[in-house]
Design a protein around this ligand. Structure first.
Ligand code: UT7
Length: 324
């Protein structure tokens, strides 16, 4: 029998502090109308002083374990997608493993910026399929506010902080549940349209996000669509079978563009960009957990994930949620 990897639980955590568009307009030359009209964002959560990416990740992980009725001992692999680790090393995943007491698990970080969750999901799936463990905790966690130049209105209004997590479980009897297909892509030629102007080997400093928004927008629409078609074909399903599109939450116009391209009804898309802004690797699992918690996503639903970010790196995955 073929082994497959189920997605059996989700969790999330958002820092308490909220920064609205009006709050931003008190210290940067912007306004609520522009931000809402161009991006759909109304507010974002921001970490408190001393609150770290590992704190967000830990809280999301605890929430996911509770929702899946599991304990830290049940986890064999922890893959944490982040661009904003606590330290240059060790991996933030190792900090989370220690706080959880998940000492049966090996743990490491994955860095694919906004595509990080789709990358981490695929890496964890591959490890489970290769018998490196039975259950994986996959986390997307970001303190993206730490990378922002708060004087640059073209970027600082777009991002927020948070974490989401899912639990994967290998199964010999998945009955068409679980991760049905995934596809990952990178094109390093487009490095200069979205990057951070710092890093350990270049400047020794952390740096700030720099983005040519319109160029990224153009690539996003084209590349997200082609990666979605690739996973739809790989899984042998039709786009009309998708119950929920759960996209990376960067811009409402990109999200709605994808919904129309796929021919999905507008109410089959999970949108959290208004409340969370762009939380990079955390945005998909945050959106997923919101839709699971409020009862929209149910066991057996076909979910479509897609994301693009710095690299450029992008990808998509199709998952039938829950257990057969
Ligand atoms: O997760 C990683 C992936 N990232 C993305 O997917 C981002 C993709 N790109 C976008 O979402 C959009 O390009 C942005 C939201 C970043 C920008 O929207 P846009 O419609 O492409 O605006 P623009 O960059 O063409 O700027 C239009 C105008 C400019 O003024 P002028 O030159 O026309 O006078 C900007 O200076 O809006 C101005 N502007 C602002 N005005 C008020 C730029 N940022 C702001 C701001 N508030 N925050």
């Amino acid at each position: 029998m073929n082994k497959s990897v189920l997605m059996v639980g989700s969790g999330a955590y958002l820092p308490e502090k909220i920064l609205t568009n009006d709050d931003l307009a008190t210290f940067v030359d912007t306004d609520d109308g522009w931000i809402k009209q161009r991006t759909g964002i109304a507010q974002r959560h921001i970490v408190a002083d001393g609150e770290l990416t590992s704190d967000l990740a830990y809280n999301a992980a605890i929430n996911a374990l509770e929702n899946a009725n599991m304990t830290a001992d049940d986890i064999d692999v922890i893959v944490l997608a982040t661009t904003t680790p606590d330290d240059t090393f060790p991996a933030t995943a190792a900090q989370v493993q220690n706080r959880l007491g998940a000492y049966n698990a090996f743990a490491f970080d994955v860095q694919a910026v906004c595509a990080g969750f789709v990358y981490a999901l695929t890496v964890a799936e591959s490890l489970l399929l290769a018998n490196k463990g039975r259950r994986a905790l996959v986390i997307g966690a970001e303190s993206f506010s730490k990378l922002l130049d708060w004087e640059d209105r073209t970027t600082c209004v777009l991002f927020g902080d948070g974490a989401g997590a899912v639990i994967l479980e290998a199964s010999d009897d998945a009955q068409n549940y679980g991760i049905l297909s995934s596809a990952l892509y990178t094109d390093g030629r487009h490095r200069d349209i979205l990057y951070v102007d710092g890093g350990p080997s270049k400047t020794g400093s952390v740096g700030h996000v720099r983005m040519k928004g319109q160029d990224v927008f153009r690539h996003a629409v084209e590349k997200l669509a082609s990666s979605m078609y690739a996973v739809i074909e790989q899984a042998g399903v039709s786009e009309t079978e998708i119950d929920w599109l759960i996209p990376h939450q960067a811009n409402l116009r990109i999200i709605d563009g994808m919904q129309k391209k796929l021919g999905l009804p507008a109410d089959r898309v999970v949108r959290t960009v208004s409340e969370h802004a762009n939380t990079s690797a955390a945005s998909i699992p945050l959106a997923l957990n919101q839709a699971v918690s409020d009862g929209r996503v149910k066991s057996g639903h076909l979910l479509a994930f897609e994301a693009i970010g710095g690299g450029l790196s992008w990808g998509a995955a199709l998952v039938r949620y829950g257990r057969p």
